[in-house]
Write a protein that binds this ligand. Sequence first.
Ligand code: GLN
Length: 489
Amino acid sequence: MITKSLTELSTSLKAGDFSSVELTQFYLDRIAKYDGELNSFITVTEEQALAGAKAADEQIAAGTAGALTGIPMAHKDLFCTDGVRTSCASKMLGNFIAPYNATVVEKLNAAGMPMLGKTNMDEFAMGSSNENSYYGAVKNPWDLERVPGGSSGGSAVAVAARLAPVATGTDTGGSIRQPASLTGITGIKPTYGRVSRFGMIAYASSLDQGGIFGTSASDCAMVLETMSGFDPKDSTSVERDVPNMSASLNDSIKGLKIGLPKEFFGEGLDSSVAEVVNDAIEEYKKLGAEIVEISLPNTHLAIPSYYVIAPAEASSNLSRFDGVRYGYRCEAPVDLTDMYMRSRGEGFGTEVKRRIMTGTYALSAGYYDAYYLKAQKIRRLISDDFKKAFEKVDVIMGPVAPETAFKLGEKTDDPISMYLADIYTLSLNLAGLTGMSVPAGFSKNNKMPVGLQIIGNYFEEAKLLNVAHQYQQVTDWHKQAPSAYTGGE
Ligand code: GLN
């Protein structure tokens, strides 16, 4: 069952080989069996899942089912889900029951996909290792002593350990691509504006974008084309037709121009990661692609500018969590100020507080020009670098992260070294482009998965998925799964 693609699952459901209730129960059983040690779910919504599956079975029987009807999935616990706790992995929202669905959830519900549960993440999506969760760290199924990457680590692990066929994630600075790379699955971050942010709890509004994890590019295509599209409820969503992303998967990529930014292959890149990425590029040459060396000269400024802009926006977005309107309120406050201060002090974790303080500082009257405005100017330079590059190439490739999954606890006391893990992912978000991570092999020194990053021009998700799918036709890295969780099934 766990080796079937979404298309195969769909065919089997319609042929009556098994029902959606059986398929959903199968995944619920796997979650019950394995998630104790992986910790990829914060909430398992068994009742909703089975009710959704029953409704899907009725649609299948009535002949009104769509391609995804009856296939269960999981949602990152940052997407609001009507009547279900939506915690953002924070104590602050530990008691928050969302009163409505995020548009993404609404669309996938409407497509008939039962929800298995809500996945673990870094608190408010701030982190690169999934160690910043109030509900505890998520473990990498390839090695339980290692991180799965963050912030969408729970969704990535749920798919990597085959506890869900697909799962949503969000990517503000790498949070889909990086955990996909570190856990050996496929993940795509769409162009900013492609997927509605309505009902996605905001971290950094000008960077946040919802996307999807799956085991293959073709699975991701099926779900992404369903969750994309203009949403009048999100003023930053773009009014633009969504192509049938599955239809172009088999297009030939002969003559495809692949840009390799020299800044992505320099100092700081682990040699065993470089080796895997270079092998993948060799494979693309065999498929007829042409390699072009390019430069993204402002890459080194991505970390400093992102780590001003994202916290600045976060400090503003998170001001709504004040103990009055949502979530946690401290016990017995003596007055209003005490209530604000203690509710926020007790409700937020360390990294979230660090971001709020940095962001507030960067936006303060005396420092606004020196930090925030400067960071915005750098952001433009970074976008211009990509603009120039895309005049010469169709896609850009490189590593996702400078190293494979590191050990739990290894970087928790050193925020700067944690931020450095984002060096190859942040610039794409600053520019608003689309990017994905595709499993490309395993590091020679620790046998951990390595992803290849593919970056596309605005709204070229279908092209990226096509480029990834062609690679997955000639390699089987994406089919490899951690045997401790997948043996014999
Ligand atoms: N690691 C980055 C951060 O902590 C990106 C997180 C994300 O994409 N949500 O901000």
